[in-house]
Ligand binder design. Structure first.
Ligand code: ADP
Length: 283
């Protein structure tokens, strides 16, 4: 809390000596601290692959200059570290682009089943590599929703990507979609009918205590596993921010030992009002 003492404005001066203004700066301080944490986390995430990359380059320019075998061995590792930094920078840019537009309602119109079909086709190779299949159970008559196609595409891309990354080999991922009569509790604004898409996987599942924190930036249930899978820790944060802009909601559910379901809800009526920004405590 910040207290300022100063002279009164001219028009209010009669009979008074001074003014005390009390400003609650708790939110601002918290926001500032979160920004600082975010920059520290992002720098830390970049520093690890960058140090490793510089280390390999130093070795290849120095002691292993003529060592063809070392070059063969190091180059793929260096490439992977470079790709990791690339993914991280791309996700950071996506997140900041979404945040910049967070207060303006989306302008386009999106047929979600078409969007999901395209994404599933694009991920076929990746899922086949793990012997997985993506089963689509989407109502073909689903109405269009108001939204930005690129941003909504990123939502389902990230959820399907995660289902492939964390799902067990040789299992099926199911994406079902339909209309539900009432929006779930927590949906910003609308309580009426909305579009519901569920992305379900078979995996080790996620312990209940982690569910509320999954959409925090850089939050991972198992850091080593996420890294090994090429994760940036930003996928679900991007999903949350896109859905906030669309006045939608993400509801993760999971049963340990069985698998997880990520439920996406989007309002069916065009969002007439400005989007509800992600509350400070949920960033
Ligand atoms: P990451 O890039 O690490 O996958 P995300 O933001 O997409 O980051 O997800 C955050 C964390 O949530 C992941 O690190 C993982 O621990 C957990 N998670 C996300 N999706 C799933 C899933 N389908 N099954 C199990 N865990 C998941």
């Amino acid at each position: 809390c910040e207290v300022r003492v100063g002279p009164l404005p001219q028009r209010d001066r009669e009979g008074a000596e001074a003014m005390i203004a009390v400003h609650d700066v708790t939110k601002l301080v918290r926001l500032e601290r979160m920004r600082a944490d975010f920059v520290a986390n992002a720098s830390h995430e970049l520093r690890t692959p960058l140090s490793s990359l510089v280390g390999f380059i130093e070795t290849l320019m120095g002691p292993a200059r003529e060592d063809a075998e070392a070059r063969e061995r190091f180059l793929p590792i260096m490439m992977e570290q470079g790709r990791r930094m690339q993914r991280l920078v791309e996700d950071l840019l996506s997140l900041s682009r979404i945040e910049i537009n967070e207060h303006s309602p989306p302008t386009g119109s999106v047929l979600v089943p078409d969007l999901i079909r395209d994404i599933a086709t694009g991920l076929e190779l990746k899922s086949r590599d793990k012997g997985m299949s993506v089963v689509l159970d989407l109502d073909p008559d689903l109405p269009a929703v108001a939204g930005e196609p690129d941003q909504l595409s990123q939502v389902f891309q990230n959820l399907l990507d995660n289902a492939i990354k964390y799902g067990r080999a040789k299992t099926a991922i199911t994406v079902s979609g339909g209309v539900v009569a009432r929006a779930p509790v927590g949906m910003p604004g609308s309580r009426g009918p909305c579009l519901h898409v569920a992305v379900r996987d078979e995996s080790e599942g996620i312990p209940r205590e982690h569910l509320p924190r999954l959409t925090e930036r850089f939050y991972r249930v198992d850091r080593a596993r996420s890294r090994q899978m090429g994760g940036t820790g930003l996928g679900l944060a991007i999903v949350k921010h896109v859905l906030a802009r669309h006045r939608g909601l993400l509801v993760p559910e999971s049963v340990v030992g069985e698998g997880s379901t990520f439920n996406v809800y989007l309002p069916l009526s065009a969002p007439a009002e400005a989007p509800v920004p992600v509350p400070l405590e949920a960033l």
